[in-house]
Design a binder for this molecule. Structure first.
Ligand SMILES: *Cc1c(COP(=O)(O)O)cnc(C)c1O
Length: 361
């Protein structure tokens, strides 16, 4: 094992900024004179309550969460939201619209079918999820309880470049892999949710922003812990929340603020993705999986001429300290996940390596 930190292109859990890890390390055995680690303190203690409230306020401020919405810190991963959303929202009309643009929206769609009549408003499956449907391609139902989509398809490397217009039908969005990488008008959404482990924190924390009036209409058999109302009424503290992850999120949000806030994250993201796509487009050997206009700024999927050459690329990159570039098994090739914490220098190094590999093979 090396002693140097690598540039880690893992899709999730993924890199955190070194400054954030160092701050956590400095406080790990004795948090601000409390005599204990955040990992060791009661979630009902004054010290933790301050961490919790401040982190929630920072998150709401950075996301621009308006009046009438609540921020929840939940568990169960983004995947638990696939059940929680229909359980809590489908009762409005018994129906919902889903856009199936990748692996996770397909799982969400299949899960929702257990609870109501689900209409596929768009699917990119026939082209192996290489594109995002346009607004005109969305087959919307006026009587849907909600419209569901996944903003960034982590595995296929596509990202919605617009917010769907659905009239009065609430938008529900999985932002697990692009949350806080660009400004979002929260007021356009009914629910935004994200597993925190890609762009914002260690695994174990699920972020939910919910328009408060959508809660409280859950199906009668909704499990207690999957009821948004339970968590709203108890401010995410019905049971023990993921204390350490919430603390780490707070440190990460400080880092986001120090780096220009969400606008700063968007600028960095555009720099990283722009550089990487340009390098790939100019190469002789590499092609991108996602169609132009649908390309993700977070997960860049690409391949060379053969699986053997892809394997060689990944092995040589790893030896250069460029880690976790192997693509997901359902797409193959390579995937560079370049979330908030990925330094621009990491992408510069990857681009240099791509150019060298392109010339040598
Ligand atoms: C990773 C991911 C998920 C699954 O998240 P878990 O927290 O592991 O349940 C869901 N949706 C998207 C878009 C993801 O990237």
């Amino acid at each position: 094992m090396g002693t140097e930190r690598i540039y880690n292109f893992s899709a999730g859990p993924s890199m955190l900024p070194l400054e954030v890890l160092e701050r956590a390390a400095a406080e790990i055995t004795n948090y601000q004179g409390s005599g204990m680690s955040v990992m060791e303190m009661s979630h009902r203690s004054k010290t933790f309550d301050r961490i919790f409230q401040e982190t929630k306020e920072k998150f709401a401020r950075l996301m621009g969460v308006p009046e009438g919405y609540r921020v929840l810190f939940l568990q169960g991963g983004a995947s638990s939201q696939f059940s929680m959303i229909p359980l809590n929202l489908i009762s409005a009309t018994g129906k919902a619209d889903y856009a199936v643009t990748g692996n996770f929206s397909n799982i969400a769609y299949k899960e929702a079918k257990k609870y109501g009549e689900i209409h596929v408003a768009a699917s990119s499956a026939e082209e192996n999820h290489t594109y995002i449907p346009t607004q005109d391609q969305l087959d919307l139902s006026a009587d849907a309880s909600y419209f569901y989509y996944c903003a960034n398809n982590t595995i296929y490397g596509t990202e919605w470049q617009y917010v769907p217009e659905t009239g009065s039908v609430p938008l529900v969005c999985d932002m697990s892999s692009d949350i806080m990488s660009r400004p979002v008008d929260v007021s356009k959404y009914g629910i935004i949710f994200a597993g925190a482990q890609k762009n914002l924190a260690p695994a174990g924390l699920t972020l939910v922003i919910i328009r408060e009036d959508l809660a409280g209409k859950e199906l009668p058999y909704t499990p207690l812990m999957m009821n948004y109302k339970t968590m709203i009424d108890k401010d995410s503290m019905y049971n023990t929340p993921p204390c350490w992850c919430i603390y780490m999120l707070g440190l990460m949000l400080d880092w986001v603020e120090e780096n220009g806030g969400v606008a700063g994250m968007e600028k960095l993201k555009k720099t990283r993705a722009g550089m990487l796509y340009e390098t790939l487009d100019q190469s002789r050997l590499f092609t991108c999986a996602a169609k132009p206009g649908s390309r993700s700024d977070m997960n860049v999927t690409f391949r060379s001429a053969t699986p053997e050459l892809d394997a060689k690329f990944v092995a040589e990159a790893t030896a250069q300290g460029l880690g976790s570039l192997k693509g997901h098994r359902s797409v193959g090739g390579m995937r560079a996940s370049i979330y908030n914490a990925m330094p621009v220098e990491g992408v510069e190094k990857l681009c240099d390596f791509i150019r060298k590999f392109d010339a040598a093979n």
